[in-house]
Design a protein around this ligand. Structure first.
Ligand code: NAG
Ligand code: NAG
Ligand code: NAG
Ligand code: NAG
Ligand code: NAG
Ligand code: NAG
Ligand code: NAG
Ligand code: NAG
Ligand code: NAG
Ligand code: NAG
Length: 484
């Protein structure tokens, strides 16, 4: 009896261990995109702290910024290191260029002589197939990938680091909303077959974004509930397959496209998936939180999708860690509001990155400019003020004023003040930044109302170096290292 009892306990214990192991694997497969397209980016060391406090173990970087890589040295955080699209033509035509990229930006951070950065993938290009780029990068992608691969081999690091290409959500499509009719965009057919053959040869996964948010915006057949992983009374049917969320629908469309091109076994990594919180209707912290909770719990179940049961994506990277006020808004103001955290590292909602029920930890000891704002001076003749505001908005970030945005309800001239303040903060609160032909006024009273936040920008000496070429950063880094 006692033995049996022991055995049952023991089996229970093993079962629990297995469960913990499974959960841990699930947790490790989730990462975040760390973009730095902001006027005042949080300092890299603070961001790395933020990642650590919140048990985030994987990041995707868009370029090899030496300060960022230095901040990651010695940490356990695993990295996808990106190469900007602008480098693709040169990388395609020259192995030498690829070798010097690998030498300058990679080898140093993998060498035994200093604390390493756990770089696992080199991402060639940043969504180079996006339709809005008009195909300008397409002819260079495969050639550039091959040259980077050859450079890795020559540097003896090809077994540690794999080459991937981040494909955009609009690189594949379907008819009548049916995943079983998925295919790559016709203009990409040839390139995709070459790319898949290259990846397959080197045992690299296929990398792509999935965007339930864009699909929801573009397709009237897709409901908000279906997009947010909520119960839906109208699942989508595709033959015998039943889809109860938008993620599975898009993922299986991609699976069909990859299979149709001849590579049905290809592993998939999702490089960007998220829900924005501002700048357009249906984007706010509560919709984003629902989406993330639904997504993470779906991924952690590891049940896969109707076309790939029990074979979920190998890894998934959330879009995004932080808001970025310099991102392009050709697609809409929401592009600046993908962050789980605001630009200054404050959590907008909670998600479980492995910390369990504990809420997210905010960035610590953030340094702001003074508690000052720029508003419109009500005592002046404001008949021409709209032109000034439009001017301000062409540089500064007015995306929260878009229909459905958090500041859309500001009545005139409150919205003008919002534009003035954004410009003033972006210009580090310089007196000129609140001029506007005498229509601006500096105040110490916070003009924020309800959810509409008039921000005070970050104090960042680092931001001041933005115009310095990257070779200059290296000199500064080396000099700093030498002095210490
Ligand atoms: C999460 O991170 C905290 C602080 O870095 C650490 O104390 C804790 O053990 C981590 N939890 C898990 C589940 O890894
Ligand atoms: C890419 O590089 C190859 C090899 O140098 C070259 O033949 C080809 O023309 C290049 N492609 C483009 C579009 O320039
Ligand atoms: C290293 O990466 C940076 C940022 O991506 C780039 O500007 C620089 O040209 C790269 N270095 C080389 C030698 O290619
Ligand atoms: C929407 O659904 C209808 C009926 O199921 C279908 O005929 C149509 O092609 C779908 N439209 C899109 C854009 O998916
Ligand atoms: C692209 O490839 C698909 C199969 O993968 C094929 O059905 C389609 O006709 C091709 N389109 C073009 C324009 O070559
Ligand atoms: C967020 O958006 C959803 C969907 O549009 C809406 O129902 C909800 O009221 C919004 N929440 C807030 C706080 O604005
Ligand atoms: C930041 O966004 C601007 C505007 O969209 C773009 O021109 C630039 O290339 C982006 N920079 C980075 C580092 O992504
Ligand atoms: C408004 O702009 C017009 C045209 O530029 C100018 O003639 C006028 O004096 C301006 N009014 C004020 C109050 O500044
Ligand atoms: C804006 O005002 C409208 C009407 O009063 C209200 O329904 C809506 O929720 C408000 N939006 C925000 C973002 O506060
Ligand atoms: C501010 O609001 C007025 C009136 O509602 C509108 O005409 C104007 O375009 C808005 N300006 C900005 C910068 O949003």
């Amino acid at each position: 009896m006692a033995l049996l009892h022991y055995n049952q306990n023991y089996l229970g214990f093993v079962a629990k261990l297995l469960l913990i192991a499974t959960l841990a694997v699930g947790v490790e497969a989730i990462g975040v995109n760390w973009g730095r397209n902001a006027s005042h980016p949080l300092p890299p060391t603070k961001v790395v702290q933020l990642l650590k406090y919140n048990n985030i173990t994987k990041v995707r970087l868009f370029e090899a910024d030496p300060f960022v890589l230095q901040a990651l040295q010695g940490s356990k955080i695993e990295v996808i290191l990106g190469i900007p699209n602008s480098m693709l033509p040169r990388l395609n035509s020259s192995l030498k260029v690829a070798q010097s990229w690998v030498h300058d930006n990679l080898t140093r951070f993998l060498s035994d002589s200093s604390p390493k950065v756990r770089i696992q993938y080199i991402a060639v290009g940043d969504s180079p197939f996006l339709q809005s780029y008009g195909g300008q990068y397409v002819p260079y992608v495969v050639g550039a990938s091959m040259n980077i691969q050859a450079a890795l081999t020559r540097a003896n690091i090809a077994d540690q680091v794999k080459v991937v290409v981040p494909c955009s959500y609009d690189a594949f499509q379907t008819e009548s909303g049916l995943p079983s009719k998925g295919h790559f965009r016709p203009d990409l057919n040839k390139t995709m077959i070459q790319l898949l053959a290259f990846l397959s040869k080197h045992n690299s996964p296929f990398m792509s974004s999935i965007s339930p948010f864009h699909l929801f915006q573009q397709n009237k057949n897709i409901s908000l509930h279906f997009s947010l992983f909520k119960e839906t009374s109208h699942p989508h049917k595709d033959g015998k397959k039943v889809y109860d969320n938008s993620f599975d629908l898009s993922y299986d469309t991609l699976v069909t496209a990859i299979s149709g091109a001849g590579f049905p076994q290809m592993d998939i990594i999702i490089d960007q998936i998220g829900w924005p919180t501002d700048g357009v209707v249906n984007s706010n912290s509560s919709t984003a939180e629902s989406f993330m909770k639904g997504l993470l719990s779906h991924l952690r179940k590891k049940s896969g999708t109707p076309l790939r049961p029990h074979k979920p994506p190998k890894e998934a990277y959330i879009l995004s860690l932080l808001d970025e006020d310099q991102k392009s808004i050709v697609d809409g103001g929401f592009e600046r509001h993908w962050g789980i955290f605001t630009f200054d590292g404050q959590a907008k909602y909670s998600v479980d990155f492995g910390q369990g029920s504990r809420s997210l930890v905010n960035a610590q000891n953030v340094e702001y400019l003074s508690a000052k704002w720029c508003v419109v001076n009500d005592n002046k003749d404001l008949s021409n003020v709209t032109a000034s505001a439009l001017d301000a908005c062409s540089n500064a970030d007015c995306s929260a004023l878009s229909p459905g945005g958090s500041c859309y309800n500001l009545t005139w001239p409150g919205n003008i003040s919002y534009a003035f303040n954004s410009y003033y903060q972006q210009h580090d609160q310089s007196p000129d930044g609140c001029e506007f032909g005498g229509l601006g006024l500096v105040t110490t009273v916070d003009p924020s109302v309800d959810n509409c936040r008039f921000s005070v920008q970050l104090q960042t000496a680092y931001g001041g170096f933005l115009q310095v070429p990257s070779s200059m950063y290296l000199i500064l880094l080396y000099t700093a290292g030498f002095l210490i």
